[in-house]
Design a protein around this ligand. Structure first.
Ligand SMILES: Nc1ncnc2c1ncn2[C@@H]1O[C@H](COP(=O)(O)OP(=O)(O)OP(=O)(O)O)[C@@H](O)[C@H]1O
Length: 249
């Protein structure tokens, strides 16, 4: 949908015609992407395809040379990272949980407070989010004493406490064992089902991506080479040749 000023107004995160150059290297080459509420969109591609650079464009850590990024019709490019997260664009990091010395509850509370909630309401909301992610009985534990999979889930809980409209997940399953990855899959599906938020999932574990995502967008050398349902991507010859190889998905 297009409004009077030619700005997209649909309820979505919309990337149009984004280009990023690094000293002669075109890291992102005319990317278009649409993420809707309630949708899990996988972003996959070989190392160096441009996935992290695109996330940095979305979150405001990389200024694109061309193109536009809009959230529910609001132009994000003039906004700073914290302003974008206030609008509901929230990111989880691969291996970073900055408050390792704090409890699970304190970490998730930090996410709640970032939305501007008062302390009491923030604590209650943080407890609710911990409960939703199966971590209620870990609230008082310092995160650096938790198993790796639970520590990772606390990081996701902190992002969920920020009430994202769109959640950007950068390799959430990296380093998890199979049981933890399966639990993560349930958690991500639950976040989308309960919160009506949309998830952009960057992940190298293909079985997880193909089970979880509604649509998958495949990047190579900074450009989109395929976009479709998991079934369509599985059957896509160029994707198999470029990336999936013999991996069973
Ligand atoms: N700050 C930078 N300066 C110069 N080149 C960069 C910079 N950041 C990324 N690149 C290059 O841009 C290209 C895209 O990198 P990017 O990290 O976005 O890929 P990726 O798909 O996230 O890869 P991976 O799966 O390994 O994380 C690569 O060729 C990379 O070397």
């Amino acid at each position: 949908m297009t409004g009077e000023a030619g700005v997209a107004t649909a309820s979505a995160l919309e990337v149009a015609g984004v280009v990023v150059n690094f000293q002669g290297l075109r890291a992102i080459d005319d990317i278009h992407l649409t993420l809707r509420p309630g949708e899990i969109l996988g972003l996959i591609g070989p190392n160096g395809a441009g996935k992290t650079t695109l996330i940095n464009v979305l979150t405001g850590f990389q200024v694109p040379d061309h193109g536009s990024v809009a959230l529910n019709g609001v132009d994000l490019l003039p906004l700073k990272p914290h302003q974008r997260s206030r609008l509901g664009l929230v990111r989880t990091f691969q291996n970073v949980l900055p408050f390792a010395g704090l409890t699970a509850l304190e970490n998730v509370e930090a996410g709640a407070m970032a939305t501007g909630m008062a302390r009491g309401a923030g604590r209650a909301w943080a407890m609710e989010v911990l409960g939703r992610l199966g971590l209620a009985d870990k609230a008082a534990r310092r995160v650096d004493t938790l198993p790796f999979g639970e520590e990772r889930r606390v990081g996701i809980a902190r992002a969920v406490a920020m009430k994202p409209k769109f959640l950007l997940m950068d390799e959430p399953a990296a380093g998890l064992n199979d049981a933890e990855a399966e639990e993560l899959q349930r958690v991500v599906a639950g976040i989308v089902a309960e919160g009506e938020c949309g998830v952009l999932l960057i992940e190298h574990r293909m079985p997880l991506v193909f089970r979880l995502c509604h649509r998958i967008q495949v990047l190579q050398h900074g450009a989109t080479i395929a976009l479709g349902t998991p079934e369509e991507i599985r059957a896509h010859n160029a994707v198999r040749a470029a990336y999936l190889g013999d991996e069973a998905v």
